[in-house]
Structures are given as C-alpha cells and as structure tokens.
Design a protein around this ligand. Structure first.
Ligand code: 2P0
Length: 400
C-alpha cells in the first residue's frame, strides 16, 4: 500500500583515502580534533568505495542502520554524533531560510544502509569511506549544504579527507571549537594522471589494536609523537604540497616513506608498544628500497596504515615491472583470489639483473593479492533508483 508520506531517499558513494602525511593523535577526543595536519590521496571508486542509502519517512519509528547487510546498533556514540551534527545543521539551515520550506523531516527517523566493495577492518580505511559517505548522504537527504568536514570528522577523523577527490589536506585548525579543522582539496585527481597506486593485501584479518584506542595511548605515552606533531609535520606538509604541485615523484615518494616510517616509529614509542607491521610488510619495504636502488632513483614508494597491508605509489611506466618484482618475491598461491585486481597491468618478464638485486628469499603467498588503482574523485550521488540499497519500505533490499 502506498504511504501518504513517501520516502525521501538518496544513495551516494564515497572513496577510500590513503594518507601520505599521517594523522595519529587527537587534541580533543570529543570533537575529533587532530594533533597535526595530514594529507592524503583519494583512491578511485572504480576499485574501492562505500555505497550508502539514507531514507527518511514519517512512517519510520526509529533510526536504524545496516552495514554490509547486517543491522547494527544505531546508538554507537560516533554514529549518534554524526546524526546529531547533521540534524543541527539542518535545523540551522531551516531557521535561516526565509522561504516556506515544507515542514519536512527534521523529526523524521532515518534508515541507513551502507556497503563496502572491499574487506572492512583490513586496514583499508573503511571507516574513512564509510563516514564520508554517511555525512554526504545524510546531508543530501536532510537538505544540508556546505562544508561537511565536521560531520564526517565526528565519525572518524580521516573521513573528512574522503569528502574530496585527488590530493586532500586536513588542516588541524587552531580553534577550540574545531570550526577550522577542515579538509580542503590541494589538487584534483586530473592533476597527476600518471600516478598509480597498488594495494598489496597482506592480511584481511581484523587488526588487534584499533586506531582510535591506539592513537589515544600514543598521545598519553609517546614523546616522539609530540615532537612529530609540533616539529616535523608542519614543514613536511609544505614540502609534500610542493612535491604534488610539481609532480615530483622522487620527492613525493621519499617523503611518503619517511612519514610512514615515523608514524610506525611513534607506534613503537607508545607504551605498551603497538606494532602494525609484520614480516611481510618489512619484506615489502626492503623490496621497494632494493628496486629503487637498482634504478638509481625513487620509482616506487610504500606507506602503511594501522595494519600490515602496503600501499605503493608509482608512475604508470613502472607499474608492470614492480608487479613482476612483487610476484617474484611473493609467488602467488592459488588461494581462490585473483592475484591482480583492478586496473589492468600487462605482464612483463623481470630482468635477471633485477632478480639478482632483489635477492630476497621468495615467500609464497606473503602478498595475497594486489589491487591496482589510481587517484579518483570525491563522493558522488547515484541517480538510478535501482541502485538504492533500501527498498520502497525502507528496508535493505539485500535482506528482503
Ligand atoms: C591516517 N590513520 O592519516 C592515519 C594513518 C591510520 C594511520 O586516520 O579515531 O580511523 O576515527 O579519528 O581516522 C586511522 O584513524 O581514527 C587513521 P579516528 P581514524 O589515515
């Protein structure tokens, strides 16, 4: 039966981002304000994305949310914080509107369904894409316009960087209320078309120490983290922005690796120490340095987040040779996964000279698979109603 109050329904997608200057540590837990600014590359949604549908209706009795098809507790503080913030903005928007906006919805309950096309909690920044998508979709369903960093940030700090495509800076800001702690695009994805990104999936296991708890312990115990935030990151942000503007790959790559290494050093400087890298991660670092030494220049660069998976940056002319080097050092095991996913990479043989330089004991199966991607755009609205994750009654289609 058709309802008198049909659903208002919106579906959007949002990207994953990978930081090249890392965020680690908050100065305000409640408002999610970071100790230092950070900078990331937005990955292309053809390979990695979150899709979220939000629907509001007078008929809904309570707010509800489904993640990857399973209903989860809508009462989690981060989620409540995002919902509260978007409703506050919608109310503000409404009260400054002098027109006759229909008395839509502020009191209406919302149903939300969200899905990732990649493994959650595998260190692939699923919370960043997830909360960016939530903020973007809720803003559209509640008619909120303007800057959404605060809404996304309340869900997960790094999520504000997924609100834009290309190269994105999250300004730490100075104000105590966080109004200036916002994300901003440094350059669009079209700025550096040759840049390629390879995700080397080492483990799809859930990590032992979550980022939120890990960085809290680092803030409490690591003197290196304080030094990094005040004395290292400000100059690195400026240098990284310059490398990106000039498309200076060796500069970009070296700084990316150094910043990843310093982030993991602060994790070890945390007490008790946190180690996100494993033997395969270190093996990949060694491979990258040997590969670059062979070429006499920085042609590939790694970065690692709060998990053992490597994200490798390179240029399109180097992808095939580096993939061959990875396959040589980590011979693929037939574990049912295709070894190379995403953008196509033409197979090339590895020179005997490079094989000798790599001189690493092969570790079969160390890298489970590679996702090849590039920089991509920010969140998108999907116009096709077939793509909504919620049906006309506001329940997940996948569970129907
Ligand atoms: C980053 N990471 O800049 C860094 C590098 C992990 C390592 O942002 O507590 O999930 O939700 O603000 O954003 C992961 O931390 O933490 C992260 P919360 P978040 O990408």
């Amino acid at each position: 039966m058709a309802s008198e109050n049909p659903l208002t329904i919106v579906t959007c997608t949002a990207p994953v981002n990978i930081a090249v200057i890392k965020y680690w540590g908050k100065r305000d837990e409640e408002l999610v304000l970071p100790l230092n600014s950070s900078l990331s590359v937005t990955l292309h949604q053809d390979q990695l994305k979150t899709t979220t549908t939000a629907a509001i209706s007078k008929d809904f009795k309570e707010d509800r949310i489904w993640l990857n098809g399973t209903e989860v507790d809508v009462g989690q503080p981060r989620l409540q914080s995002c919902l509260g913030e978007i409703r506050r903005l919608a109310r503000k928007h409404r009260s400054t509107d002098d027109g006759d906006t229909p008395p839509l919805s502020l009191s209406y309950k919302v149903h939300i369904a969200s899905e990732n096309n990649f493994p959650t909690a595998a260190g692939l920044a699923s919370s960043a894409a997830g909360y960016a998508c939530l903020a973007y979709t809720l803003a559209r369903v509640y008619g909120v316009e303007g800057e959404l960093s605060e809404v996304a940030r309340r869900g997960s700090g790094s999520a504000c960087r997924s609100l834009y495509g290309g190269f994105v800076e999250w300004h730490m800001g100075e104000r105590a209320d966080g109004k200036d702690s916002i994300a901003q695009q440094v350059a669009p994805e079209s700025h550096w078309p040759e840049l390629r990104i390879l995700i080397l999936v080492v483990s799809t296991e859930k990590k032992l120490t979550g980022s939120t708890a890990g960085m809290q312990t680092s803030v409490e115990t690591s003197t290196l983290l304080q030094f990094r935030a005040t004395s290292v990151v400000p100059a690195r942000m400026a240098e990284m922005i310059q490398c990106i503007r000039e498309r200076d790959f060796p500069g970009f790559g070296q700084l990316t690796m150094k910043d990843s290494n310093q982030f993991h050093a602060t994790c070890l400087d945390t007490f008790p120490p946190i180690s996100y890298l494993n033997d395969t991660s270190r093996h990949i670092m060694d491979l990258v340095h040997r590969f670059n030494a062979h070429h006499g220049q920085t042609k590939v660069a790694y970065t690692f987040d709060a998990g053992p998976n490597a994200v490798v940056f390179t240029l399109d002319d180097t992808v095939a040779e580096f993939v061959a080097a990875v396959s040589h050092c980590f011979p693929p095991e037939s574990n049912g996964d295709k070894f190379l996913k995403g953008l196509p990479v033409r197979p090339v043989p590895l020179s005997d000279e490079l094989k000798t330089t790599l001189a690493l004991d092969p570790t079969p199966g160390g890298v489970r698979y590679i996702i090849a991607t590039k920089a991509g755009p920010g969140p998108q609205i999907l116009d096709d109603p077939h793509l909504h994750l919620l049906g006309s009654h506001g329940l997940p289609k996948s569970a129907a």
